[in-house]
Design a protein around this ligand. Structure first.
Ligand code: FDA
Length: 304
């Protein structure tokens, strides 16, 4: 992993840089590239535009690492309220939820209770809840909560990170339980003992996990902007005769719009991950870390 990427991921957890960027009007403008806006209203307006273009959406109310029970409760209410309002407006969107936003750092029961409420309310309006995957210290707890809830609700799915060495075993189990998986490379800083560090190794492992999902997965989602991996998914799906309606591609709002449209035109289902909310710093910094060229984009805005 490059030093720049490590530095950016480290800075993503630093409060003083967060305070600086959040007060800087030009940084506020730059974050619009990746974030729909501060409010639910703005997020739903962008969702409508994306739906009109043919994309489906998953909304992400930004926030993580909550340690105050009142904040966890407020986040849960926002997730559930947003999905109900989106469904009421006939928008084609699910939601993506982070368990640390629902209080997983406080205790597992708090997060489980909030997630159950969100999933129940989403089920009532026929919408899907995807539980994002965070740092590796939360992987086990997150999967246990998702798998537990999946016994009662089928509108909940997991995320698996291809940089984690444990992921093959997790995918085998999730496939057997018929839990839908979103496969990503992984966006956090993890040690070598548990995570592949070389991009080539991560890509190879992503391919191996793709095979498992296409062969035995339930409605898998391939979330990547990596064209080699996307081509691999397409080729493998063709070989196995896996119909386009059985899987989808997912990409982040504002990233590789050309590729998003290209896949849509080829008849694939493409879901856009659409974040909104005031707590955009951690998300924004992870996007910078993925592509250092984005740093120049930010710096350009800062000195304008
Ligand atoms: P890679 O980083 O190799 O990028 C491939 C190409 O895409 C680049 O060459 C560039 O052209 C473009 N690109 C990628 N990132 C870019 C950026 N930030 N800015 C501009 N261009 C960029 N992670 C996680 O740990 N837990 C999760 O729950 C999720 N959830 C999630 C949902 C969705 C829908 C997506 C698309 C991704 C995630 N991720 C995630 C993030 C994921 O782990 C990973 O960090 C990013 O997708 C970047 O990896 P790629 O697979 O795109 O490949």
């Amino acid at each position: 992993m490059s030093l720049l990427r490590q530095t950016l991921l480290f800075l993503s957890q630093r409060q003083n840089l967060e305070d600086f960027l959040k007060q800087n009007p030009l940084a506020l403008k730059a974050r619009r590239r990746f974030v729909a806006g501060d409010t639910r209203e703005e997020a739903l307006a962008v969702t409508r535009e994306l739906n009109q273009e043919g994309f489906v959406v998953t909304l992400d109310f930004l926030g993580e690492e909550v340690t105050d029970p009142a904040q966890a409760e407020a986040a849960a209410e926002e997730y559930a309220g947003a999905i109900e309002e989106a469904a009421g407006k006939d928008l084609d969107t699910g939601i993506s939820v982070k368990l640390s936003h629902l209080g997983l750092r406080l205790d597992r029961e708090t997060a489980r209770k909030h997630l159950t409420d969100i999933v129940r309310r989403a089920a009532a309006v026929d919408r899907f809840v995807r539980v994002d995957m965070e740092g590796a210290d939360l992987t086990k707890a997150t999967l246990e909560v998702v798998e537990g809830l999946h016994h009662d609700y089928d509108n909940i799915g997991a995320v698996i990170q291809a940089y984690l060495r444990r992921s093959d075993a997790d995918i085998k189990r999730l496939n057997a339980e018929r839990v839908s998986v979103r496969l990503v490379k992984g966006a956090y800083l993890e040690p070598e003992e548990i995570a592949f560090q070389e991009p080539g190794e991560v890509a190879l492992y992503y391919m191996r996990l793709t095979e498992r999902l296409i062969y035995r997965g339930t409605k898998p989602a391939f979330a990547t902007h990596d064209e080699t991996l996307i081509d691999f998914v397409i080729d493998l799906a063709d070989i196995f005769g896996f119909d386009k309606s059985n899987f989808e591609f997912q990409m982040l709002y504002g990233i590789r719009r050309d590729l998003q449209r290209d896949l849509l035109e080829k008849g694939y289902r493409v879901r856009i991950y659409l974040p909104y909310g005031e707590d955009w710093y951690g998300y924004f910094m992870r996007r910078l870390a993925e592509r250092p060229a984005n740093l120049w984009f930010l710096l350009r805005h800062l000195k304008e």
